[in-house]
Design a protein around this ligand. Structure first.
Ligand SMILES: [Fe+2]
Length: 289
């Protein structure tokens, strides 16, 4: 991460070197010369009007040339600064993407260790995009929900394998630890000063539509839309994959369960959209997309 920052620092320094702006001191000097010419001319006219050293036309032309020169330089400087700004924004975006990729790789690598959850986050993220596209959400929103999908279980990184891979039901203490994973994920992501919407979605992906979820107990449309979409995708993929504590559930049972929890655990509107998507694209049932 430090090397990345150093490389970007070097890019910025090179960009500034390649796009030098005229210094303010130089501009003040030119303005000073213009001022001196005017004062000189006024002084001559006032006290030595009989002298005809330099014609007023020549002085006026000199002043005009200097003013035009200053104006052209100012325009060029503004253009250079706006180019520099665009490049800086691109570098900032690249840096943010690199940071997201590093964290995503961490999540995917951790998942890869467990055959039962291997590929879960990626599959959930892809399902989120399919649902978002069907709902005609903006591309920017689709990207946000995709990133939230990839990172939604980041908080599980701190949970011991004994709890994560337990084949029997979790006891109350273990559930309490497990339920902290959305908050934990946001705590891990908080040092990043972007991903605001992603953090909101991740924090609320275990809320229930009837308000009985966690951590906020949010109800209905109070739950961010991205979190409601993520909840449908997450619930489906959890049922559609084998887990350490149970076999894979049949298609019919998954469909029945989605319909059963529609309107209570999950947003009914999004479940209906997803059921239509499942009919249209049967390949979604395949665990590897
Ligand atoms: Fe989760």
């Amino acid at each position: 991460m430090k090397n990345l920052r150093k490389n970007n620092q070097r890019d910025i320094e090179a960009m500034i070197k390649d796009n030098p702006c005229i210094s303010n001191t130089f501009k003040f000097w030119v303005m000073g010369i213009i001022f001196m010419i005017v004062i000189f001319r006024l002084y001559i006219v006032a006290y030595y009007s009989e002298w005809n050293i330099v014609s007023p036309e020549i002085l006026l032309s000199a002043v005009l040339i200097l003013i035009v020169y200053l104006w052209i330089q100012e325009m060029r400087d503004r253009r250079r600064l706006s180019m520099l700004n665009i490049n800086l924004m691109a570098i900032k975006k690249k840096l943010e993407e690199n940071e997201i990729n590093i964290i995503s790789t961490l999540v995917l690598t951790e998942e890869a260790k467990d055959p039962y959850v291997k590929g879960h986050s990626k599959k959930v993220a892809e399902l989120c995009v399919i649902i978002s596209q069907d709902m005609k959400l903006e591309i920017v929103k689709q990207e946000i929900i995709y990133r939230a999908g990839i990172l939604h279980d980041l908080g599980k990184l701190g949970i011991v394998d004994v709890i994560l891979n337990k084949t029997s039901s979790l006891n109350d203490d273990e559930w309490a630890i497990m339920k902290k994973h959305p908050v934990r994920a946001v705590e891990i992501l908080n040092p990043l000063t972007f991903l605001f919407e992603e953090k909101e979605i991740i924090l609320h992906h275990h809320e229930r539509y009837d308000g009985k979820g966690y951590p906020g107990g949010f109800k209905g449309d109070k739950i961010p839309l991205g979190a409601r979409i993520l909840a449908v995708a997450d619930t489906f993929d959890a049922m559609n994959s084998e887990r350490a504590y149970r076999k894979k559930i049949s298609k019919d049972d998954i469909l029945s369960e989605l319909k059963r929890v529609s309107g209570t655990q999950l947003d009914a509107g999004i479940v209906n959209i997803f059921l239509d998507i499942l009919k249209k694209y049967p390949s979604i049932w395949k665990r590897e997309m």
